[in-house]
Design a protein around this ligand. Structure first.
Ligand code: ZN
Length: 58
């Protein structure tokens, strides 16, 4: 489970906007870029190389 305090300091590596927890909490989502970032061992991987397109893209 990702703590809210941590989420508040996280930012999308692409647009620097806030990321939000996706429904599963195994992903962080940037609505602006429509990208999702994986969370491994409760550690968010905010790297563009690791990002995958979000459900709204395409
Ligand atoms: Zn973004």
């Amino acid at each position: 489970m990702i703590q809210r305090e941590i989420l508040e300091i996280l930012a999308c590596p692409k647009c620097k906007d806030r990321v939000v927890v996706d429904s599963s909490t195994t992903w962080l989502r940037c609505d602006r870029c429509e990208l999702k970032f994986p969370v491994r061992d409760d550690f968010p991987i905010l790297l563009l190389e690791e990002a995958v397109p979000g459900p709204n893209s395409g």
